[in-house]
Design a protein around this ligand. Structure first.
Ligand SMILES: *Cc1c(COP(=O)(O)O)cnc(C)c1O
Length: 386
């Protein structure tokens, strides 16, 4: 049985060209970029080339890129770094309710340490309304952090409009762009953001490496203290192989961006239509059109997301659900709850995310298997009115 991976929002396979580019940096080119000798300089040159490649994908200057251990660290760095460096100006931060935990948790941490945090609502499609940002800003506000696109429901937020407001008010603006870099066009100047987080493993690069874009002139404390790497903004010996891979992944993404989008949109729309045509009582979560080309997130009434996931897995199809199984209890997704759906419905959610290697045949197979699974589960469900 051919296994079908439809969980590209969780992670992606390393592109073969990326793996090939990384290979020498584990063995013969193993130098420490801080070393003065030729081994060190060879590694340093590779890191700087990667910095140009990452900057090139998002229209930034190379000096504005700081490498991190991933998207989570980039988000922690942005939120805590701005808060600590700008305490003299104010103690108020604004984030949306549908941020990734890697933004929500640092925000809650700051809340426990004297900062005030506003958690902005979203509408039923998952959109943050710029007027709400405008209204929430006070003279104590130092940071607004709104994600570029949501990882669960795929909704793309109006970052350009929000940045007009933050600019006018003189408030720093961070966006978690982990789901968009390499998926849709991302230009830090068009978006108008001061800080932007990205992660290599969501765009066919390796795990454990990411970057924070920091606009020139932004006041920000380091998150990891120690040596003077990354121009004193992020200590620790660079993950050279990882960074090289990230750079290559960004170069590939830049060259292939439009063809990736053109490949995904018809597959996404075929999957949505096929599900709606073959399964009753399903709802598409997120915005119907302002959504990531890779994302199909749905709620199926009267069934549990976990049951669907496990049954699809038996058929070799890998997907994800909106519920996170933490400490044995199933918590409905905070993202779906914020869009206003009931906890019962949220439990019936399932996310398909498509990618480079997804084929038309894969979608056909899902559409053959999945409606039968739902039918079987509904027959056993106590929730169905019989
Ligand atoms: C995956 C993800 C992260 C975390 O990135 P890591 O590199 O896995 O730490 C943060 N934000 C969003 C939106 C994500 O999808």
């Amino acid at each position: 049985m051919k296994r079908i991976y439809l969980d590209y929002a969780a992670t992606t396979p390393v592109h073969p060209d990326v793996a090939a580019e990384m290979q020498p940096y584990f063995s013969e080119k193993f130098g420490n970029p801080s070393s003065i000798h030729s081994f060190g300089q060879e590694a340093k040159a590779a890191v700087e080339r990667a910095r140009e490649q990452v900057a090139g994908l998002i229209a930034a200057q190379p000096e504005e890129i700081v490498f991190t251990s991933g998207g989570t660290e980039a988000n922690n760095f942005a939120v805590q770094g701005i808060a600590l460096a700008n305490e003299d100006r104010g103690n108020h931060i604004i984030v949306s309710k549908i941020e990734h935990h890697a933004v929500l948790e640092p925000a809650r941490f700051l809340e426990n340490h004297g900062f005030k945090v506003t958690f902005l609502p979203v509408d039923n499609d998952g959109l943050v309304h710029p007027e709400d940002v405008q209204k929430a800003i006070t003279d104590k506000t130092i940071l607004v952090s709104i994600m570029h696109a949501n990882n669960e429901i795929g909704t793309i937020e109006p970052i350009e409009e929000i940045s007009k407001i933050t600019k006018e008010k003189g408030v720093y603006f961070h966006t978690d762009a982990v789901q968009t870099v390499g998926s849709i066009p991302v230009d830090v100047n068009k978006l108008g953001v001061d800080l932007l987080s990205t992660s290599a493993h969501k765009l066919y690069g390796p795990k454990g490496v990411g970057a924070l874009y920091i606009r020139k002139g932004t006041r920000l404390e380091p998150f990891i203290r120690g040596g003077g790497q990354e121009r004193h903004r992020r200590a620790s010996t660079e993950n050279v192989a990882g960074i090289v891979g990230f750079g290559k992944a960004c170069e590939l993404a830049k060259n292939e961006l439009q063809s990736r989008i053109d490949h995904l949109i018809p597959l996404r729309d075929k999957l949505i239509k096929g599900i709606k045509d073959n399964i009753q009582d399903v709802v598409l979560n997120g915005h119907p059109s302002i959504r990531l080309p890779k994302n199909v997130d749905i709620t199926v009434k009267y069934v549990e997301g976990e049951s669907m996931l496990l049954n699809l897995d038996i058929e070799g199809i890998a997907v994800s659900t909106g519920s996170a199984c933490s400490s044995g209890a199933l918590e409905p997704s905070h993202v779906l709850m914020a869009t206003g759906i009931s906890p019962e419905l949220a439990h019936g959610s399932i996310r398909f995310t498509l990618g480079r290697l997804t084929t038309d045949e894969d979608i056909d197979r899902v559409l053959e298997v999945y409606p039968k699974i739902v039918e079987k589960l509904r027959k056993m469900s106590p929730l169905v009115k019989k």
